[in-house]
Design a protein around this ligand. Structure first.
Ligand SMILES: Nc1ncnc2c1ncn2[C@@H]1O[C@H](COP(=O)(O)OP(=O)(O)OP(=O)(O)O)[C@@H](O)[C@H]1O
Ligand SMILES: [Mg+2]
Length: 413
């Protein structure tokens, strides 16, 4: 396989760095050929705070993925997250200029430019400009107006912005690890690409990516994102509660959570017990599993209540016929689907990135969603000339513009 078709996704998370390598096979299908992960300690709540330790995690994850795929990576698609991320909806209007009143690429470019021309503070950068729909002479719901006849062209877009310095530090880590940035993509948007079906995006669905330090939410409607938010809470809070309540160190609390944790009483059988190692030479403690569940459940409920609050305040609560899809390591907690269904009043499921093929099933886990989605993003832009990439979406009319480039040119390939 020629090496110019190697696409790498790098999800630098608060708990771990996750690298995924994808390649096109001879039939043009994207296959995952390498994965690697490494624990991460240089981030707080999704934001890089220590470049040295983050770059070590990056190198280790990339090396593992390279070893598995037997390919060398030079540039990566990287995910960005953190509470600095904001999404807004905006609209632009232009007059169609051509003599025949036929809408051209330039008209589409101009109308998107008009929609994104909001006042953005100096310390913020546009991460994505995503067209939701076009309106031609009042006719709504147009996905691609190219070639249509009209006088007045309007575009509605979802604009995602973030802190410029956070993006710069992220890019700096990648560069220091010896890699170029191919592009920076919002983590939840990457996860959505890997796990949401076309129907879910059309019907209206809520993606919740619960990681260690952040919970990222994204609402899709009519095929496009309408609401984006990142909350600085996640699985680490759950682990912290276990550590405090059971007087056990964080690493053993984490182990207990992963091995025996759950957040819905229906998942606990009567009489199940777990043994808790404790601090300061104190003897281990036997604990009923239902009591562990009683520690975890309120914190997860609190996080979901925050999510629901945001969704309700923006008016999207009644528009989620496609349901809730859960990704990130937090989605591995037994009972979380049932809890989400109870709290959001719609169907919920775990989002597993199963679409690209691959030799190892390792990446088919909700905590790989963002990294696999990054590869899928890359595949849409880097597929070999003239080759139809099987099963990949076409970018929307006007494209999802790689906007960070203009701010971070030095870091990019
Ligand atoms: N089997 C499991 N059961 C319960 N929780 C789990 C399990 N595996 C991982 N987690 C939790 O998932 C979280 C890590 O998820 P993930 O790897 O998606 O985070 P991250 O992407 O590094 O962080 P973030 O996105 O917040 O920056 C941790 O809180 C961890 O405890
Ligand atoms: Mg994450």
């Amino acid at each position: 396989m020629p090496s110019d078709t190697v696409i790498a996704g790098l999800d630098i998370g608060t708990s771990r760095v996750c690298a995924v390598i994808g390649e096109f096979d001879d039939s043009g299908e994207l296959v995952i050929t390498g994965v690697g992960t490494s624990p991460s300690s240089g981030l707080r709540k999704g934001i890089v705070v220590n470049i040295e330790s983050t770059l070590k995690s990056i190198i280790s994850a990339i090396e593992d993925a390279e070893f598995m795929s037997r390919q060398k990576v030079s540039a990566v698609f990287t995910a960005i997250s953190g509470a600095h991320i904001e999404g807004t909806n905006s609209r632009g209007v232009v007059a169609v200029t051509g003599r025949e009143k036929e809408i051209t690429r330039e008209d589409i470019g101009r109308v998107i430019e008009a929609a994104r021309a909001l006042a953005i503070p100096m310390d913020r950068a546009i991460i994505h400009v995503i067209p939701q729909e076009f309106i031609v002479d009042g006719q709504r719901g147009i996905r691609d107006p190219l070639g249509m006849i009209g006088v007045r062209l309007e575009a509605e877009i979802h604009l995602i912005t973030g802190s410029l310095t956070s993006a710069q530090n992220l890019a700096k880590c990648v560069n220091r690890a010896g890699l170029k940035v191919a592009d920076i993509v919002l983590g939840s948007l990457a996860a959505a690409k890997a796990v949401l079906s076309k129907e879910e995006k059309e019907l209206g669905s809520l993606l919740i990516d619960m990681g260690g330090g952040t919970t990222d939410i994204l609402v899709y409607m009519d095929g496009a994102p309408y609401y984006t938010s990142v909350m600085p809470v996640g699985g680490d809070q759950v682990t912290g509660d276990i550590s405090i309540m059971l007087k056990t160190p964080m690493d053993s609390a984490e182990k207990i959570k992963r091995e025996a944790g759950c957040c819905h009483p229906a998942f606990v059988e009567e009489g199940q017990e777990i043994i808790i190692p404790r601090l300061g030479g104190r003897p281990p403690l036997a604990l009923a599993r239902k009591d562990l569940c009683a520690i975890i459940q309120p914190r997860v409920a609190e996080i979901f209540t925050m999510v629901r609050g945001r969704i309700e305040s923006k008016g999207y609560a009644g528009k989620l016929s496609g349901g809730v899809v859960l990704t990130g390591g937090g989605a591995l907690l037994p009972g979380i689907v049932e809890m989400a269904e109870e709290m959001f009043g719609v169907a919920a499921r775990i989002g597993i990135p199963a679409r690209p093929g691959g030799l190892t099933p390792e990446f088919q886990s909700p905590d790989y969603a963002a990294a696999v989605g990054l590869v899928m993003f890359g595949a849409e832009y880097l597929r070999p000339e003239g080759q139809e990439a099987v099963g990949l979406e076409k970018p929307p009319a006007g494209g999802i513009l790689p906007s960070l480039r203009r701010w971070l040119r030095n870091f990019f390939e």
